[in-house]
Every structure is written in C-alpha cells, then in structure tokens.
Design a protein around this ligand. Structure first.
Ligand code: COA
Length: 211
C-alpha cells in the first residue's frame, strides 16, 4: 500500500501489517476470537493466518495503531482466496488441532473443517454471488482488542479497506458475520454495508457496492 492509503485520526492510525506488527496483530486475533475456532487454534495458527494476507500482493492486512500499539487488525482478499489459504495453512491447522484434541469436540469446528476440505479438493464451490458487480473483495476477518473497542477503530479499518478496494479496481466488497454477533453486525451497518438476508443460516452476508 502506498502512503496515501494510510488513514489518520488523533490516536488511531491504520497501517499495513509488516513484520514487527504481525505478533501484535495475532494477539488481537486471539483475544477477539477467543470463543471461535480460529482463536482456539492458538498463536501458531493466528500468526500464520495473518501472515498469509500480509505476504501477498493481491491480499490486504491492516493494523490499527491505537496509542502506538496494535489495537485492531483486518485481513481481506479477492473472492476465490479460500482454496489457496486452506491448502497453504493445511499443515498449520493439522498440527494446531493435534495438540488441542478438545477442539474436535466442537461440532461447529468439525463443520468448518469439513467445509474447508470440500473447497480445497474442489467438491464444493465457494459462493459465486452473481448479483454482485465484479471483481469482489472479501473482508475475511476484523478484530479489535477489548481495550480499543467503542472508539471507531473497527469502522476506520473498514473505511481503509474500502479505499484499498477502490484503489485496486474492486467493484464490491463482501463479508460474513455470525447472526448473533451484535457488535459485528452493528459494525458493518455503520460502515455502510447492506445485509444480504437469505434464509436463517448461522451467518449473515454483508455487501458494499463500490461505485
Ligand atoms: C466487532 C468489532 C470489530 C467492533 O470493533 P469496534 O472498534 O469496537 O467498533 P466501532 O467502535 O468502530 O463501532 C462501530 C459501530 O458498532 C457499534 N457497536 C460496537 N460494539 C457494539 C456492541 N457490542 N453492541 C452493539 N453495537 C456495537 C458501535 O456503537 C458503532 O456504532 P455507533 O457509532 O453508531 O455507536 C469488535 O467488537 C470485535 O473485535 N469483536 C470480536 C470479533 C468480531 O466479532 N469481529 C467481527 C466479525 S468477523
């Protein structure tokens, strides 16, 4: 990202995640998703997950510096990324689950793993979302540490991601939030996203058309 893409406020600065910020961003991920499979997989997975987005030219990894320390992170990628990330992080997930056998007792975790395996071997296609203008950027994950919540950090990161999407010629952004995640849903609504209500599944998709 160029310097002009970085957004500033008094104490909040949005920057690309580089080497020294990676560990701090992983800490935020572990805290923000402590009750989700991706948080329960531990530090090794958290670092590998965020690094995957930080290392590629077509993906995005942003950190929010709050009072000089990482207080939030956001990762995103063009639609279609899932197969590659599932393949690249397969062994990290494998080892992380081996040393945490209790995670296998989570029904939700088994459902996620089976879904990812299906995407990886090609027996299941990712959602094609034909009604959205292409290309489509996916907002894959956003987390803010508890100390930094309620200060507009999440919205600022979403705005920086939107600006980055426009710069890269994206025509839409999509994300997915668990239906019961009140804070997550409020965040996307505040960011100008619209809910794509389809059925009563566990997650709600949110989209933003970039005009
Ligand atoms: C969701 C999350 C990223 C929001 O971060 P944040 O920096 O606190 O959000 P913001 O301060 O930018 O708030 C954005 C809007 O959401 C609202 N909001 C934030 N937390 C809320 C909550 N717990 N309940 C209801 N609304 C909430 C805010 O009020 C604000 O709207 P407003 O300006 O009209 O008041 C943060 O709570 C988090 O990390 N949660 C755990 C991870 C997660 O669920 N990620 C999203 C799904 S991937």
């Amino acid at each position: 990202m160029g310097g002009s893409d970085i957004e500033h406020s008094d104490q909040i600065e949005i920057v690309p995640i580089s080497g020294e910020l990676l560990e701090q961003a992983a800490e935020v991920h572990l805290e923000a998703f402590h009750d989700r499979a991706s948080g329960r997989l531990g530090r090794r997975y958290a670092v590998a997950f965020i690094r995957w987005f930080a290392d590629r030219p077509d993906t995005v990894a942003l950190a929010a510096l709050v009072d000089g320390k990482v207080g939030g992170y956001l990762v995103g990628a063009p639609l279609g990324y899932q197969r590659d990330i599932n393949r690249d992080l397969f062994w990290t997930v494998f080892v992380s689950t081996l040393v945490r056998p209790r995670i296998w007792f989570s029904f939700n975790f088994i459902r996620i793993v089976l879904g990812r395996l299906q995407v990886m071997i090609g027996s299941k296609q990712q959602s094609t979302l034909p009604e959205l203008p292409r290309p489509t950027f996916c907002e894959v994950g956003i987390g803010v540490s508890t100390r930094a919540r309620g200060r507009g950090v999440g919205v600022q990161m979403l705005k920086a991601f939107e600006a980055e999407g426009r710069r890269r010629g994206m025509k839409s952004i999509i994300s997915s939030v668990y239906r019961e995640n009140t804070a997550g849903r409020a965040l996307f609504e505040k960011g100008g996203y619209s809910a794509m209500e389809k059925g009563a599944g566990a997650t709600v998709k949110y989209c933003l058309i970039l005009k």
